[in-house]
Write a protein that binds this ligand. Structure first.
Ligand code: SAM
Length: 262
């Protein structure tokens, strides 16, 4: 077996083991960072981009504990959630069963770089915080393969250069896997370049300062207000001063599949 293939197999194995055995360590941090209303704009804009019709099939690639699968299902989409980790999928199943028992949902344990679906199986693919665990070329090819003609895919990913987040990562290495790599704008651009009309969007420069309030019991409302105000200011800054985009916390790439008729 070629060295590169062997190396990738070992990475996938390490990712799997970490998410099965260690991911519980991240619960409090994930809840602090991602519980609504934080990230509402990222998630809503990504889902809006997909333009799903009621009952349509959507692939949630690397669905993790199912928070966004729940969001997609609550828009009456039929969600196929895939993840490497059985433990994560079990949590996703429990969450959705509890919050939206009528959800149309299918969960499958699989490696996102080689998914067990036929070509052109999906018109919509959603991902959040998954590409930075994957080989970019392999996942870009797999997304191309799975998207049907005129299909849409969106991925929102943590980026490498936000100072507070960078510092947080350095201080808490045990809360993430050894192989994950926060992305640069150029990585997202590289991922998007083989698709039609790739659209890059960045989020959150100053908004992470608001988490200080979330750390204080009883200040959740204050957190929500400050987070929302700073996010709005961030959008103005990121729109007018494009050099700041590389320092944003999150970046998303939204792409269209080329029409197969062309
Ligand atoms: C940071 S979590 C994000 C989960 C979810 N999308 C969210 O935003 O809450 C990353 C997820 O990717 C999964 N993962 C890592 N490598 C993977 C791979 N090669 N194939 C599929 N899933 C993978 C992990 O098990 C984990 O659940």
């Amino acid at each position: 077996m070629p060295d590169a293939v062997m190396d990738r197999k070992q990475v996938i194995q390490r990712e799997l083991l970490w998410h099965e055995q260690e991911s519980h360590r991240r619960h409090r941090l994930d809840s602090l960072l991602y519980d609504p209303p934080a990230f509402d704009d990222v998630v809503q804009q990504s889902i809006d981009f997909l333009q799903g019709d009621s009952g349509e099939l959507v692939l949630d690639m690397g669905c993790g504990e199912g928070k966004e699968a729940l969001e997609l299902a609550s828009r009456n989409l039929y969600v196929v959630g895939t993840d490497l980790s059985y433990t994560q999928l079990k949590r996703a199943r429990e969450l959705i069963k509890q919050e939206l028992p009528q959800a149309k949902l299918c969960l499958i344990q699989a490696n996102a770089e080689q998914l067990p679906f036929a070509n052109s199986s999906f018109r919509m693919i959603y991902g959040k915080a998954i590409l930075h665990h994957l080989d970019l070329d392999a996942s870009s090819k797999e997304t191309q393969r799975l998207l049907s003609s005129n299909g849409r895919a969106t991925f929102a990913e943590p980026m490498a250069r936000h100072f507070i987040i960078w510092l947080g990562r350095r201080l808490t290495p045990k809360l993430r896997t050894d192989d994950e790599r926060p992305m640069k704008l150029s990585d997202l651009e590289h991922f998007g370049h083989t698709f039609e009309e790739p659209k890059l969007q960045t989020y959150y420069l100053l908004a992470p300062l608001a988490y200080t309030f979330r750390l204080i019991p009883g200040f959740e409302k204050m957190f929500a207000t400050i987070f929302s105000l700073l996010s709005t200011l961030d959008q103005v800054l990121l729109t007018h001063f494009t050099f700041l985009r590389r320092f944003a916390w999150y970046g998303s790439i939204m792409v269209l599949q080329r029409s197969h008729d062309k």
